[in-house]
Ligand binder design. Sequence first.
Ligand code: ZN
Length: 61
Amino acid sequence: MARLAKCMFCGSDLEPGTGLMYVLNNGTIMWFCSRKCFKNYNMKRDPRKLKWTLKYGSKTR
Ligand SMILES: [Zn+2]
């Protein structure tokens, strides 16, 4: 059974079989819906400040 993942950056749902999986040295698995999200995550951008993410405007944390 495939588990649904969410993009670590923009917060959108990923269909099974889509997106980019990134595994950290400590074994944590991170999912990204696109290279764009992966790039922005690596640049330590705040998704709450980017209009194209689902987290835009979110006030949680
Ligand atoms: Zn994304």
